[in-house]
Design a protein around this ligand. Structure first.
Ligand SMILES: NC(=O)c1ccc[n+]([C@@H]2O[C@H](COP(=O)([O-])OP(=O)(O)OC[C@H]3O[C@@H](n4cnc5c(N)ncnc54)[C@H](O)[C@@H]3O)[C@@H](O)[C@H]2O)c1
Ligand SMILES: N[C@H](C(=O)O)[C@H](O)COP(=O)(O)O
Length: 340
């Protein structure tokens, strides 16, 4: 195993302590491949992590650290933990995150982001949160992505979910379906194409990746019979992107495009709204997909699933997406300019 100073320090936020986050972290950190490639630092709650260790039947000890850098000195496979909350048994009830848990998840994310911005963490990986609980606790963000964008001071950010067979980014993210058409502007589509282009270049090493841009309406609007966003907004954005040298094609009918993207005709797909892009992605990659926030000045990856309250406390939640998210964060951290 390389010396700990040669491995990137990766912060892993615990996510909702009442969900499967702590368990998938514990299971993932038992995989020797993780320690071979990075130094992990869990940011979260000691009682939640201790409970996850018990539930998963893990033999890993927990080592509370006082500083980020101390994680490099933790030995014998122990899990380094930076303590940001001390939740009570009642506040840790599975499936019932209250105000304390809602505040705690916000604190974990904020802390990891600041540590990344300071350059003390090479990247952050996030376990799933309940957006509802975070909002009830007074932190009004639709999800990690929007919170991270605000903390990093960027407007040009994009949610991408990726697996070996498919990469999908979204023009609109966490929005009610009825609001989607009015949110799809030429500028927003163009920004998503630009950020996706840069992201896919980074992920694939291809100089000019091929991007498919989806239509919003069935059969690309059928000449205006089923909607006109394709002609009025999406096509002009694609033309502008092509004028910039980006290999963006479309608008393409969403019902058939994924078949061809999966076969390798495209390196990335730009979808207009959440379920249009994430249904095919999760169909193919629920086990090993990774959520990446593109356009940030820091590296953030995440699992592609939620809090799975139906599994919390059983030790049966799969940690494959968490492992993939950690591996992707390590790859990005070690290949980015200025990496440790
Ligand atoms: N990255 C994130 O923070 C993130 C991502 C998606 C959803 N969420 C949140 O999670 C909550 C629940 O969302 P949902 O019910 O739509 O999705 P979910 O992913 O939590 O659950 C959907 C189904 O997938 C199963 N599942 C989820 N993770 C699994 C795993 N690791 N191993 C095996 N099975 C797993 C669950 O048991 C459930 O049957 C919501 O509050 C949502 O906003 C958070
Ligand atoms: N849209 C994501 C998914 O379905 O997997 C998820 O809700 C996570 O979003 P954030 O990374 O913004 O929390």
């Amino acid at each position: 195993m390389p010396d700990s100073t040669a491995r990137p320090l990766i912060g892993i936020t615990m996510g909702d302590p009442c969900g499967v986050g702590p368990e998938i972290i514990v299971t993932a950190l038992a995989d020797p491949q993780v320690r071979a490639h990075c130094v992990p630092l869990v940011i979260g709650d000691p009682a939640a992590l201790e409970r996850a260790v018990r539930v998963c039947g893990s033999a890993l000890p927990i080592r509370v650290v006082e500083s980020v850098e101390e994680a490099r000195r933790v030995e014998n496979g122990a899990i380094p933990l930076l303590t940001l909350s001390r939740l009570t048994e009642d506040e840790l009830r599975y499936g019932h995150p209250g105000l304390a848990a809602g505040t705690a998840v916000y604190d974990y994310i904020r802390c990891a982001t600041e540590l990344c911005l300071q350059g003390r963490l090479a990247a952050m990986v996030t376990a799933p949160i309940s957006k509802e609980a975070m909002n009830r606790a007074g932190h009004h963000y639709p999800g990690h992505t929007e919170l991270l964008a605000e903390l990093c001071g960027t407007d040009s950010y994009v949610m991408m979910l990726a697996g070996d067979q498919l990469r999908v980014s979204l023009v609109t993210i966490h929005e009610a379906l009825r609001h989607v058409p009015s949110l799809i502007s030429r500028e927003r589509v163009l920004t998503t194409i630009r950020v996706t282009h840069e992201g896919v270049r980074l992920l694939t090493g291809k100089e000019r990746p091929r991007l498919a841009v989806l239509a919003l309406n069935p059969h690309c609007g059928e000449g205006g019979m089923f909607g006109d966003e394709e002609a009025s907004v999406i096509a002009p954005a694609i033309r502008a992107a092509r004028d910039e040298g980006i290999d963006a094609r479309g608008p393409l009918s969403a019902d058939t495009l994924f078949h061809f993207a999966r076969q390798g005709e495209y390196d990335g797909v730009v979808a207009m709204y959440h379920d249009q892009g994430l249904i095919p992605l999760k169909l193919l990659h629920f086990d090993d997909g990774v959520n990446i926030t593109l356009g940030l000045p820091i590296i953030r990856t995440s699992v592609d699933h939620g809090t799975a309250y139906d599994l919390a406390g059983t030790g049966r939640a799969s940690s494959r997406s968490m492992l993939a998210a950690i591996a992707m964060a390590v790859d990005m951290a070690t290949s980015s300019p200025g990496s440790e």
